[in-house]
Design a protein around this ligand. Structure first.
Ligand SMILES: *[C@@H]1O[C@H](CO)[C@@H](O)[C@H](O)[C@H]1NC(C)=O
Ligand SMILES: *[C@@H]1O[C@H](CO)[C@@H](O)[C@H](O)[C@H]1NC(C)=O
Ligand SMILES: *[C@@H]1O[C@H](CO)[C@@H](O)[C@H](O)[C@H]1NC(C)=O
Length: 427
């Protein structure tokens, strides 16, 4: 069993080198793809997860090759790499038929913030909880919390971004807690509580010495005071050429998941029209110069370029696996974000802002990076899920929300996809 597992993993290494599936191209072993001797004790637990994963990943294109690995014991190289490469994890549909959902109870996990606990806030229809993402040409390995926890022993996973990043952080912590016997060994290290504006949250899983951190950095770049003698409407500026001042805390991680995009809107930057952001007046700055007329997509590109060169300068890719997650479509029924009707089931066709100028910027900037950054394009996935938003099951209940997702829910599938990269996609 052990050797079969290892062989199947090595087939995985050889096969999954398509540009889509594997951008982390280097020629030595990484923690996320190696089975060190200390892992041997875990092989039984892991073997089922990994090996099943292997079967899952391969079965559509080469079920027979996967079986060869078991029976003949020779790594099969018959699988057509072109065909394997054609499995785009993000091209697929939602299904309620194949796997265990939900992974955790949102009301029992202390890291689901009140506003995301839809069931706890009164949602009664529960079909939306049962969906998993099914890529068209392959399967996502099921998330085995215990096995993933062992794999992450001594590691640090960091999320950096906006409230969607926080949701994903909450989701991962709760998914992992499902595999922890003594829940009191999992705690937020600074005693911080989850709020919308909290800059840092860090959860430690004591039993495996794992940290899962969240840094709120909605723009990734630095936000500062307006320069002296600027126009009065300029209350603050985004320094497009400088990283967020808390970025020094990020690089020392084994996995980092970035996101940005939702805050790059006129309402969240400049306008005085949205009540909650009434004193925004935030304009762009490069070096000492205010850029009052700069279009948002151009500013976003400049900021992401700053981020990309920071990543290439700062991250040790021998250790750290870097992801950038694309933004989420929302399902408001009007432009004012006053109407929001949550459906009972996923929609048959994707709806919402899937392709925007900002998505082009993301794919261009990430696409031309020399460093192996994996783009998690979850935008289309979300576009089907008009049923999975918070709607009226929010907190405080007066807030209507067709942007964020209920937990458990859609972000659990993002994390499952990340772990299918980490576990399957060594180099
Ligand atoms: C989730 O947890 C809450 C609080 O402990 C409990 O009342 C509820 O029955 C649980 N839901 C499920 C589906 O187990
Ligand atoms: C990463 O690994 C390669 C190959 O083992 C080595 O040459 C390089 O110096 C390493 N880089 C860092 C930053 O450790
Ligand atoms: C994500 O995929 C959609 C198509 O499904 C595409 O329109 C969009 O541009 C992509 N976004 C990014 C950031 O690449």
């Amino acid at each position: 069993m052990v050797s079969a597992f290892k062989r199947s993993l090595s087939v995985g290494r050889r096969s999954l080198t398509s540009p889509r599936f594997s951008s982390a191209v280097s020629h030595h072993r990484k923690w996320w793809s190696s089975a060190s001797p200390s892992d041997l004790a875990l092989i039984f637990a892991l073997a089922s997860a990994f090996f099943l994963s292997g079967l899952y990943i391969f079965h559509t294109y080469s079920a027979s090759a996967a079986i060869d690995v078991v029976e003949v014991g020779e790594p099969s190289i018959d699988a057509d790499p072109v065909e394997i490469g054609s499995c785009d994890l993000f091209d697929g549909s939602w299904t309620s038929s194949n796997r265990r959902r939900p992974i955790y109870n949102g009301s029992e996990c202390p890291f689901v913030e009140r506003g995301f606990d839809c069931v706890g806030n009164g949602r009664r229809d529960t079909d939306y909880l049962s969906y998993t993402w099914k890529p068209r040409r392959c399967e996502v390995p099921p998330f085995e919390a215990r096995a993933v926890l062992q794999r992450l022993r001594g590691k640090r996973v960091t999320f950096v971004g906006d409230s969607m990043g926080r949701t994903q952080w909450e989701s991962l912590v709760c998914m992992l807690m499902a595999g922890v016997g003594d829940k009191s060994t999992v705690r937020e290290i600074y005693g911080n509580s989850i709020t919308k504006t909290i800059r840092f949250l860090g959860v430690k899983f004591g039993s495996v010495d794992l940290r899962v951190d969240f840094y709120r950095s909605v723009f990734l770049v630095r936000q500062g005071r307006s320069p002296r003698h600027g126009p009065r409407r300029v209350k603050s500026t985004l320094r497009l050429d400088q990283m967020d001042e808390i970025s020094g805390n990020w690089a020392d991680s084994d996995v980092i998941v970035f996101n940005s995009g939702h805050w790059w809107t006129p309402g969240k930057l400049f306008d005085a029209s949205e009540i909650s952001f009434s004193d925004r007046g935030c304009y762009f700055q490069v070096g000492g110069a205010l850029k009052l007329g700069m279009p948002i997509p151009a500013a976003f590109r400049e900021a992401l370029d700053t981020w990309a060169s920071w990543v290439e300068r700062t991250i040790n890719f021998n250790r750290t696996r870097v992801f950038f997650r694309s933004f989420e479509p929302s399902h408001w029924s009007d432009v004012d974000q006053k109407g929001c009707e949550v459906t009972r089931h996923p929609m048959p066709e994707p709806k919402g802002n899937i392709h925007t100028e900002l998505s082009d910027v993301i794919s261009e900037v990430v696409g031309k990076m020399r460093a192996p950054v994996t783009l998690l394009n979850v935008t289309l996935m979300g576009a089907f899920r008009g049923d999975a938003h918070i709607g009226t099951w929010s907190y405080p209940p007066s807030v209507l929300d067709c942007s964020h997702w209920c937990l458990p829910g859609v972000p659990d599938s993002w994390n499952e996809l990340i772990f299918s990269y980490l576990l399957m996609n060594g180099s």
